[in-house]
Design a binder for this molecule. Sequence first.
Ligand SMILES: [Zn+2]
Length: 78
Amino acid sequence: MNFNKCARCGCFYITDGAVCPSCTPKDKNDISKLKTFFDDNTAQVTVNELSAATGISQKNLSRYISEKGFEYKKQIKL
Ligand SMILES: [Zn+2]
């Protein structure tokens, strides 16, 4: 059996994905905040600015940005 370590809370779990089942809704919530933010902002932002505007931690933002298929990558100033 394969155990994964949750990127959010650090607990171990056996399902797929970067976070455990109890953190999955928190990730979804963050992603919907990002969607709302980028719907209103077309300018490029740094991870710092994005974190301040959305309240999402830089650690979690970096994780979303590095995920395959992150649709707002071109709006992030790296
Ligand atoms: Zn977790």
